[in-house]
Design a protein around this ligand. Structure first.
Ligand SMILES: [Zn+2]
Length: 58
């Protein structure tokens, strides 16, 4: 199992579609990370694998 890249915090503006790390423009995959009672929604760049926390919880 390869180590997960660090999760960067992102402050959402009008749209978050372009990966700040590699410039990939077609949006993100999502994953759900257990955090206490709920889950954090983590966005993952399909191109470079960078992970972003947009502070959404479920
Ligand atoms: Zn990327």
């Amino acid at each position: 199992m390869k180590a997960s890249p660090e999760i960067a915090k992102i402050e959402l503006k009008e749209e978050f579609r372009v990966c700040p790390k590699c410039g990939y423009e077609l949006g993100f995959h999502s994953s759900f990370l257990m955090d206490g009672e709920g889950y954090r929604i983590i966005l993952i760049c399909p191109e470079c694998g960078a992970r972003y926390d947009v502070e959404w919880k479920m």
